[in-house]
Design a protein around this ligand. Structure first.
Ligand code: ZN
Length: 172
């Protein structure tokens, strides 16, 4: 296992669309292990493979609080098949360190995916889990939380990220 470095906005690799996983090879299993270690070390509640520069359709979510036992969900080739309602909650992202902004999302989602055991499953999620699933699923499409913000918030977040040493995405 290895902790991988997480790409920060506006790294252009965060805009890559991830490709479907055709087979759960030892490399994919290794990728999932590395992602789990990286996510827990950060710490974060979710991580998509694209955030470590691996354009595969894989993301992990674990929304357990500090005092709760961890519950790792591994989603391979995920697909959100149903969305319901609306919620607006502050979100963070390991690719936007130090940023927390309210983002509008569906309040409930149904997601289909393949687990690390190769078996398909379906999960109904609401609340924070639904937010995390939508956020991580967006990463696989190259969509970032900044894309869900209004112009003003977007500029503020871009400035903050520039100050951290990044460059403007338009010029990257
Ligand atoms: Zn993120």
């Amino acid at each position: 296992m290895a902790i991988r470095s997480i790409l920060h906005y506006p790294d252009p690799r965060l805009r890559q669309k991830a490709a479907p996983v055709t087979e759960i090879t030892p490399e994919i299993k290794q990728l999932v292990e590395d992602m789990a270690e990286t996510m827990y070390a950060a710490p974060g509640v979710g991580l998509a493979a694209t955030q470590i520069g691996e354009p595969h359709r894989v993301f992990l979510v674990d929304i357990a609080g500090e005092d709760e036992p961890s519950k790792l969900h591994v989603f391979i080739n995920p697909e959100i098949v149903k969305t319901e309602g609306e919620q607006c909650a502050p979100e963070g992202c390991l690719s936007f360190p130090g940023i927390s902004e309210e983002i509008k999302r569906a309040s409930k989602v149904t997601v289909k995916a393949i687990g690390i055991d190769g078996k398909p499953f379906q999960l109904e999620a609401e609340g924070l889990l639904a937010v995390a699933v939508q956020h991580e699923n967006d990463h696989l499409e190259g969509v970032l939380m900044i894309d869900k913000m209004g112009m003003l918030k977007k500029r503020i977040v871009q400035r903050k990220m520039q100050k951290r040493g990044g460059v403007d995405e338009d010029r990257a």
